[in-house]
Design a protein around this ligand. Structure first.
Ligand SMILES: Cc1cc2nc3c(=O)[nH]c(=O)nc-3n(C[C@H](O)[C@H](O)[C@H](O)COP(=O)(O)O)c2cc1C
Length: 293
């Protein structure tokens, strides 16, 4: 399945792009409306994009009355990204989404680098959210933790159905002339090409640790990038920063993905699922065989 990464596509201003995906993921919704951080909130770097949006969103009340009905009219499954500042925020929003048949899944954003207050632990948030809703729950994790496998296992034990990997990682850009930060709040989340090796490592590690379904994202620009994420264990792939430069990316990446799979003699790109791990195993098996001779 090909999705957008949360916050990287406005389904209401670009409905055709949203319709070209297999599911649309909303910008993270919080309990109360948020204006987000002070401008400047977006900056280009040599290796990707920095953003410090700070979870600007209409808040859950307005989201439910205004945004959700319009998003549902798109005709694609809707995943709602949920954020907050403490565990109860997540649980409250999940319980309010639970009765909405038009919501296919909930992504718990337990990893935003652009909000000051650290959220409670991922495990606590997932457990409380699990009690609040029957919807599929995807825990979106940060790669900027000492041991992402441990966080993934905790999310799994707490009732998550899948993982979304990865969120952005903190970065800083200085103005060349003044040598002061370009972004209003100083630092922001780095996305785009620089994130790809980090995303590949996170997906590979969490696949090995949990075998859970994973939405892989981080620096995907081409079908081959998407196939690499699938090869390390992603069931689904999300497009983020690439959508700002290329709104046609969903159709292009899909076509490139099929071509990249066909070039490897596969009928479908799903045949590439987790192959990177098989090669590691068979290389190990060969070594074992040799050592046992
Ligand atoms: C402008 C912008 C806004 C974002 N907003 C959110 C958000 O609201 N919630 C969230 O979970 N991730 C958010 N992200 C992170 C993306 O969903 C994604 O995890 C990240 O950008 C990595 O993918 P990419 O390299 O393909 O962009 C945002 C990213 C960008 C660039």
């Amino acid at each position: 399945m090909l999705l957008n990464a949360s916050g990287c596509l406005d389904g209401l201003t670009a409905p055709d792009v949203a319709r070209s995906l297999d599911a649309f993921v909303t910008k993270t919704v919080t309990p109360l409306p948020r204006d987000g951080n002070a401008p400047v909130r977006i900056a280009e770097t040599d290796v990707g994009m920095l953003n410090s949006i700070g979870l600007a969103n209409p808040g859950i009340d307005r989201f439910l009355t205004r945004n959700l009905p319009q998003l549902a009219a798109l005709g694609v499954p809707i995943w709602v990204s949920v954020g907050g500042f403490e565990t109860d925020d997540y649980a409250d929003i999940c319980s309010r989404l639970d009765d909405h048949a038009e919501v296919s899944a909930i992504e718990l954003n337990v990893s935003c680098p652009n909000v000051e207050t650290p959220a409670d632990s991922a495990a606590e948030i997932v457990s409380a959210s699990r009690l609040a809703t029957r919807k599929p729950l995807w825990a979106k994790l940060s790669p900027a933790v000492p041991d992402i496998a441990e966080v993934a296992r905790a999310a799994q034990a707490s009732g998550a159905d899948g993982l979304s990997l990865v969120n952005t990682i903190r970065g800083l850009k200085l103005d060349e002339r003044t040598l002061r930060p370009v972004l209003g709040p100083g630092q922001g989340g780095l996305s785009g090409p620089a994130l790809k090796p980090i995303a590949l490592a996170a997906v590979a590690t969490c696949y090995r640790a949990t075998q859970m379904p994973i939405v892989g994202m981080g620096g995907v620009q081409t079908g081959l990038d998407a196939l690499e994420l699938i090869a390390v264990g992603a069931r689904h792939v999300a497009l983020g920063t690439v959508l700002f430069a290329d709104p046609d990316a969903p159709a292009r990446v899909r076509a490139e993905l099929h071509a990249a799979a066909a070039a490897r003699g596969w009928n479908a790109y799903e045949d590439g699922y987790a192959v990177a791990h098989e090669e590691t195993l068979s290389a190990g098996a060969t070594l074992d065989e040799r050592s046992s001779v």
